[in-house]
Design a protein around this ligand. Structure first.
Ligand code: 6PG
Length: 468
């Protein structure tokens, strides 16, 4: 058994088990490891032939079973567990071995681990894996960052197991250090934005157009055949068709309206603030999960304040405008995320190629969408593009859809339907595309009360005025 298995994986939860079976399906031999004997046995049972898929609970024999340089992926919860697993493996590893953290680790943790392991001659990769349990089994999008030289050993396996977009693997080497985890973090920030926007459009269609779940199912289904084609729109359509097994009607109506979060969206926003890059549609998506958690307060406040009864609008025209507005806001959300990646790349020395990132997001991951093919093309045409809104190919897409967003935001405001993501996307667009903003007044105020100085439009230099 010694030295024979191509790939090792620690953490045989659903993701780990599915990933390892995917590796085996693609002709590689794989060995799993978990402290939980039940999970180990479950994998052995499912794997069938132990010369192809095997597993155990002991770190030493697990490591010894792998061919060198060893390629060991961790699919364990982000945080302390990653450090504990690394420590348990370390005494058994040899120089040149490779550890890949496939979880949603915070990128600075990855930098710390990479530096620590480098001293010991071990290569460390932070590799975001997107696509949920099904993706892990059938082909996820994988976002690896770490040593470029060591990537050659991982590449054949990752390319084989990843999702394919028109035959192209949805994985590529992204950059050094924590580049992979950073890109996955922003992926999740975008995911938060798209999910928030989808939920707002659902609310609008229901309250303003009185669409039933059946109609919502059809509407999102039709949208998924057009320019909005995406995993999230597809599953949204399916959600409206799911009957409630425990009662009447559809399940969606019985689900508590409090959205949880594991933190990756919040990290995206926090880091964007640190970088000074505006990602307000992602920020508001995080805030909305926080507002949703205040259910008891919301119920009390609901009783205190009147809200207009939404004026019913013609279904067909509402559906048409909602489709355009959602498309517009999806573009804005991707634009913000890509903008953050461009800046982070400079700040952290990742040397990211945005076109390559859009490319590996075209299939397998949660934010996969037809739009990503267009985003890939936009960055192929101009790899230095600072913002998608500046891409000639996106100008027409935005021009065609922005008016629908304006109309619906105005409708939402007048009729008391909260559309924070959509209005935010629109405001971001209006601000980003304004050659002149009123922030000259802020500079005047700062100089007025704090002598913070200002610059002028018509003269070079730094000025201060003794304001009256
Ligand atoms: C993916 C997802 C995944 C994430 C979930 C839940 O790409 O497969 O992003 O990594 O864990 O989306 O995230 P929240 O619990 O924060 O919503």
């Amino acid at each position: 058994m010694a030295d024979t298995y191509d790939f090792g994986l620690v953490g045989l939860g659903v993701m780990g088990r599915n990933f390892i079976l995917n590796v085996a399906d693609n002709g590689f031999t794989a060995f799993g490891n978990d402290l939980d004997e039940e999970k180990v046995n479950a994998l052995i049972d499912e794997g069938g032939d132990t010369s192809k898929v095997n597993a155990n609970v002991d770190a030493a024999t697990f490591v010894a079973a792998l061919s060198t340089p060893r390629k060991i992926m961790l699919l364990v919860p982000a945080g302390k567990v990653v450090d504990i697993v690394i420590e348990s493996l370390l005494p058994h590893l040899d120089e040149g071995d490779i550890i890949i953290d496939g979880g949603n680790s915070f990128f600075t943790d990855t930098d710390r681990r990479e530096a620590y392991l480098k001293e010991k001659g071990i290569n460390f990769f932070g590799a975001g894996v997107s696509g949920g349990a099904k993706g892990a089994r059938k082909g996820p999008s994988i976002m690896p960052g770490g040593s470029r030289e060591a990537y050659q050993y991982v590449k054949p396996i990752f390319e084989a197991v990843s999702a394919k977009y028109k035959g192209e693997p949805c994985v590529t080497y992204l950059g050094p250090k924590s580049a992979g985890n950073y890109v996955k973090m922003v992926h999740n920030g975008i995911e938060y934005g798209l999910m928030q926007l989808t939920s707002e459009i659902y609310d609008l269609l229901k309250k303003a157009g009185d669409l039933s779940n059946g109609e919502l199912h059809k509407t999102f289904g039709t949208w998924n055949e057009g320019r909005l084609q995406s995993f999230l729109v597809e599953i949204t359509s399916k959600i409206f068709a799911q009957d409630d097994e425990l009662g009447d009607g559809q399940l969606v109506d019985k689900i508590l309206d409090k959205a949880k979060q594991k933190g990756t969206g919040k990290w995206t926003s926090q880091n964007a603030m640190d970088l000074g890059i505006p990602v307000p549609t992602i920020d508001i998506a995080v805030s909305m999960r926080e507002i949703s958690a205040l259910k008891d307060e919301r119920i009390k406040a609901d009783e205190l304040y009147d809200r207009p009864t939404p004026e019913t609008v013609v279904k067909d025209s509402l559906v048409q405008k909602a489709e355009a507005a959602l498309y517009f806001a999806f573009i804005i959300t991707y634009a913000q995320g890509m903008h953050q990646l461009a800046d982070a790349s400079k700040e952290y020395g990742y040397e990211l190629e945005l076109g390559e990132i859009a490319k590996i997001w075209r299939a397998g991951c949660i934010i996969r969408a037809a739009l990503l093919a267009d985003i890939t093309e936009a960055f192929k045409a101009d790899s230095e593009l600072p913002n998608l809104l500046l891409s000639p190919s996106f100008v027409s897409k935005v021009k065609e859809t922005v008016d629908a967003a304006r109309e619906l935001v105005a409708y939402g405001a007048t009729n008391g339907i909260p559309l924070p993501g959509l209005s935010n996307a629109l405001t971001y667009f209006d601000a980003y595309t304004s050659g002149r903003l009123p922030l000259n007044l802020i500079q005047a105020q700062r100089d007025f009360f704090g002598s913070h100085t200002y610059e002028r439009l018509d003269k070079e230099g730094i000025f201060h005025t003794e304001w009256e």
